[in-house]
Design a protein around this ligand. Structure first.
Ligand code: GYE
Length: 330
């Protein structure tokens, strides 16, 4: 028996060495035996939370793709708290996973824990959101959307729609989670484009933390203090959907009295777009799982990967939403 275990362990060690991977496999004997037989990779994944429809779809995509790729996934939900993500990453380092993937809730404050992963020779893949670390050797690659471009697309639609309008166009903005890459970048991209004409005025801008409840609450406050809102730019569908409730509650018609642009294009958002309550949606795809698993396999093998992998995305008008709604995956 002892001989069998040591043979398995040795075979495991060989498999790991052949794969060019310095770290171990699973944390128990079964995991090690798995490495021995089929070179099974263990990934530690720290998810932001479950704040939106986008996030739920992203979690499903990651979990499904890990299964399909034969990768053992250790998954944790940080409930939108950076300290929870740091704890999860430290625990993955301790468990000697083969690769760590995470979607950083905010951009700053990651250097220390990323250095710990690097010292333990565990490669890190950023997915969905970026970090602002000056040292880009702290992670192997970053897979996700171009959020600045998403903000620009929202701005371009608005500029085009209102080109014959003398203005002013009073805009309120529901920002995503404070300090997160999508909130920072969508805000910047949108502001850059609408700066072309001073008739566009952002009269209020606050975080709704990417949730429906917060989006509703902040929109209610906006409506109370600003009688003349022409348009809402919400950094995701969920906040826009919460805002729709607030607008209806105030006796106004969303999509008409107050136009709405959102980002994501999850099913509920697309339904509201088809119903005319939202006017335009910039797509942001949560289906990152399969690409993430491909990248993870490559970095574990020590293969070269591009420093940045950008997701392909489109935009939707109400007519386009009606066409694709029935086949929307998420
Ligand atoms: O837009 C939002 C989610 O990071 C792209 O996070 C993601 C964003 C997405 O909560 O709905």
């Amino acid at each position: 028996m002892r001989k069998r275990i040591s043979t398995l362990l040795l075979a495991g060690a060989t498999a790991i060495a052949l794969a060019g991977c310095g770290s171990g496999g699973g944390s128990d004997t079964a995991g090690v035996a798995g490495v021995a037989e089929d070179g099974k990779i263990t990934m530690g994944f720290s998810q932001v939370g479950a704040e939106s429809g986008w996030r739920t779809a992203n979690t499903k995509s990651v979990q499904g793709a890990a299964k399909d790729a034969g990768i053992e996934l250790k998954f944790s939900d940080a409930q939108q708290k950076q300290e929870n993500q740091i704890k999860a990453i430290r625990s993955y380092i301790q468990q000697k996973v083969d690769v760590i993937a995470f979607s950083p809730v905010v951009e700053s404050g990651w250097d220390t824990v990323l250095k710990e992963a690097k010292n333990a020779k565990i490669p890190v893949v950023l997915t969905d959101r970026a970090v602002d670390s000056a040292d880009t050797t702290l992670y192997k690659t970053f897979l996700g959307s171009d959020f600045v471009e998403e903000g620009r697309k929202a701005g371009k639609w608005l500029v085009e729609q209102r080109k014959d309008d003398a203005g002013p166009v009073n805009i309120v903005e529901l920002q995503g989670t404070t300090g997160s890459a999508p909130a920072n970048d969508r805000k910047a991209g949108f502001a850059e484009v609408i700066a072309a004409d001073p008739k566009f005025k952002i009269i209020a801008s606050q975080t709704g933390d990417f949730t429906r409840a917060k989006g509703k609450e902040v929109m209610e406050a906006f409506l109370k203090s600003n009688p003349d809102i022409d348009l809402l730019f919400a950094h995701n569908d969920d906040m826009g959907l919460g805002a729709i409730e607030a607008i209806e509650g105030a006796g106004k018609t969303p999509g008409k009295d107050i136009e709405i642009i959102t980002v994501d294009a999850v099913k509920d958002g697309m339904q509201a777009l088809a119903d005319g309550k939202i006017n335009y949606i910039v797509e942001c795809s949560p289906l990152l799982g399969p690409q993430l698993m491909d990248l993870a396999k490559k970095v574990v093998k020590g293969e070269q990967v591009p420093a940045r992998v950008v997701t392909e995305e489109t935009t939707f008008t109400p007519e386009q939403a009606k066409e694709v709604l029935s086949t929307r995956q998420y």
